[in-house]
Ligand binder design. Sequence first.
Ligand SMILES: [Zn+2]
Length: 308
Amino acid sequence: MNTTSFKVLKIAYRPEFIHPVKEGHRFPMLKYELIPLQLKHEGLVNERNFFEPELASFESCCLVHDPNYVKQLFDLTLDAKMVRRIGFPLSKSLVDRERYIVDGTVQAANYAMQYGVAFTVAGGTHHAGYDFGEGFCLMNDQATAAGYLLKHQLANRILIIDLDVHQGNGTAHIFEGHQQVFTFSMHAEKNYPFIKQRSHLDIGLAENITDMEYLKILEDNLQDLFQRIRPDFVFYQAGVDILATDKLGRLKLSPATCGRRDELVLGICMQQHVPVQISMGGGYSPLIKDIVNAHCQTFKIAIDLYNL
Ligand SMILES: [Zn+2]
């Protein structure tokens, strides 16, 4: 890909990404509203950078998910045990929200093919597996977009880099042993999900890892993976629950390290001319500004690196 084509930043977003959650619910949906506002406030993007995804079709959702499971989601007939595993009360608006996110990431992957990099202001729903939802994830946006790229022969060797503090167990479940989609998850070992799936490469980190050690492990593995896999497309799950302030993470990393992490991932993608789609993933710091700043930092790094 020619670097001169890296000129437009496309960001999937629509107001439905913020789903009304019950009072006292821990899941901070508010960040999805604040990230675009903050980016616009700082003059980094304007309205033209955003696009509104549509509802992903049943067929799209079945690219990597069991049609029976998808049907039960769409019909709201999923049994109570499966709904509890998801963690949200199931409703049409919640399923629609996830369908918008899935389509957003599929379209963002297409934009990334065109412009080098593209974002979804949500997603990274990596706990959703082939035939189950889990941990607030109904369907897996990046896995579906990977399925889409393969189906349309837009990519042949896809690397999913998942740096959320929690293992990408759903993504691993979907692509276990897959020849064309390589899953890499680097996460806190002693954290949810306690029963882990097998990614192509899992690195379970100790809680007391230092910022320096974290970055060194990441850099070495990225170099090695790019050499070994030679990916032609990358999905990056850029969860910010690795921060020391996070109440669900178990790592003690600084915002600067979180930014350096993004630089390492996006830097190697840019250097090697591999298109990359980025989804937000987790972030549960008590102060919403810590979450929003860390996510906006990922955008800033992309804007700087790609000269957008
Ligand atoms: Zn997480």
